[in-house]
Design a protein around this ligand. Structure first.
Ligand SMILES: C[C@H](CCC[C@H](C)C(=O)SCCNC(=O)CCNC(=O)[C@H](O)C(C)(C)COP(=O)(O)OP(=O)(O)OC[C@H]1O[C@@H](n2cnc3c(N)ncnc32)[C@H](O)[C@@H]1OP(=O)(O)O)[C@H]1CC[C@H]2[C@@H]3[C@H](O)C[C@@H]4C[C@H](O)CC[C@]4(C)[C@H]3C[C@H](O)[C@]12C
Length: 383
């Protein structure tokens, strides 16, 4: 796989950093998740695919020293803590990059390493809010609405941090040097929203929230309920696609207002809603499948993996625990990701194996274990 041989240490975090680590693992990197010791009761990383777990107490000096040694043999470190935590542990970039100048030190935070909020707690919704993007999200007359934790945690966080790591790794092939990746989720989601900023003067966003082309204002970019309580998604923006939508709905375009007649949009939405409510989702799919009307079924998590198109592309995979999840994307033609089909690792499941791999002796491991700096179920058996 494309990232085979890459050694990554991911310090256990909440959601963004685990996705970043999983992306690298899916494409072949050997990702070690450094979990806390003593182990927390509940493993909260549900994105552990392809990773191994080492339980290590970083607050104990031998634990921090062990991580420094691991970082000396690693390519990438991903840390998910607020600014200053790693420095407090004696594990800041100055220390680790001095000991391993090739290290890519990725710092995935909400607000970045500097600035007024750098040391403040926060979650996805706070970051989307501070980026300006949240002000654009939500229907007319309703409060701004954050789409789950997809935008900052994952799109602007985990994914962009992985991109930053890959960019730094590519640069390292030329310079031979590592560097710090300061991945702020506020800036990540803002960057991803560049289209919204750059299209301010196109007349796409200058109306109040919920009255614009792509924010539920337009009748031809909306979801509609079907007679069986499901929904259809309509995205017929271009005139030639809009014409096919109108045809599929059984309407006569000569008797309708112009597609871009903003003032008629509310009435057109009501008209479309009344028509979509007359047939089931399956009946609408029979009408629109294979056309360019840009109309698709809104699929549940149960239905999406079973849909013919998604099955034809194997877009969803099942692991040996029968858990279904999306296949890694994008699909590379010659070196595609080969995601692990094993269950996610238990906390500390691979502690001994990893330490041996990174050059620790059995005696050193036994000492760390007896000092309660590391944890591993296997070590109990071996000692
Ligand atoms: C599933 C829920 C989360 C959904 C996603 C949510 C919407 C998000 O947006 S996640 C993104 C959050 N933001 C960031 O990641 C930005 C950067 N990080 C931060 O800003 C902060 O880390 C923080 C704000 C997220 C958390 O702050 P906190 O003070 O907790 O931590 P830090 O300041 O970063 O310091 C870390 C400290 O930990 C020490 N540490 C770290 N590793 C080790 C180690 N190996 N050994 C020893 N010590 C270690 C480090 O030294 C620091 O110590 P100090 O503070 O002393 O310096 C989930 C959201 C809430 C979860 C639930 C909750 O946590 C309660 C239960 C906990 C239980 O264990 C599991 C079940 C829970 C119900 C849990 C379940 C889910 O995980 C959540 C619902």
């Amino acid at each position: 796989m494309a990232l085979s041989g890459l050694r990554v240490l991911e310090l256990a975090g909440l959601a963004p950093a685990p996705l970043c680590g999983m992306i690298l693992a899916d494409f072949g990197a050997r990702v070690v998740r450094v979990d806390r010791a003593p182990r927390s009761a509940v493993a909260t990383d549900v994105q552990g695919r392809g990773k191994r777990s080492l339980a290590l107490d970083l607050k104990r000096p031998p634990g921090a020293a062990a991580l420094r040694r691991l970082c000396s043999g690693a390519d990438v470190l991903i840390e998910p803590f607020r600014h200053g935590v790693m420095e407090k542990l004696g594990l800041g970039p100055e220390v680790l990059l001095h000991e391993n100048p090739r290290l890519i030190y990725a710092r995935l935070t909400g607000f970045g390493q500097t600035g007024k909020y750098a040391k403040s707690a926060g979650h996805d919704i706070n970051y989307v809010a501070l980026s300006g993007v949240l002000s654009k999200l939500g229907r007319k007359g309703e409060n701004p609405y954050a789409p789950l934790n997809l935008l900052a945690d994952f799109a602007g966080g985990g994914v962009l941090c992985a991109l930053g790591i890959i960019i730094a790794l590519y640069e390292r092939t030329i310079s031979g040097k590592g560097q710090v990746v300061d991945a702020s989720m506020v800036e990540g989601i803002a960057y991803i929203s560049s289209f919204l900023w750059k299209s301010q003067n196109l007349g796409l966003w200058n109306r109040p929230r919920g009255e614009n082309l792509l924010d539920s204002g337009a009748p031809f970019y909306e979801t509609y309920k079907t007679s069986d309580g499901k929904f259809m998604a309509v995205g017929a923006i271009e005139p030639q696609f809009y014409d096919q939508l109108i045809k599929g709905l059984g309407l006569d375009s000569d008797k309708l207002p112009s597609q871009l007649s903003f003032s008629d949009w509310p009435e057109m939405k009501k008209k479309f809603a009344s028509i979509f409510a007359q047939k089931t989702q399956s009946e609408w799919c029979s009408i629109f499948d294979g056309t360019d009307a840009c109309v698709t079924p809104v699929l549940s998590f149960d239905d999406a993996p079973l849909h013919q198109h998604n099955k034809q592309r194997s877009s969803f995979i099942k692991n040996d625990q029968e858990e279904i999840s999306p296949r890694p994307a994008p699909l590379l033609s010659r070196t595609p990701a080969v995601p692990s089909c094993k269950r996610d690792p238990f906390i500390g499941e691979h502690t001994e194996e990893i330490l041996l791999e990174y050059g620790f002796t059995q005696e050193e491991i036994a000492k760390l274990y007896s000092d309660k700096v590391i944890e591993s179920s296997k070590l109990k058996a071996n000692l």
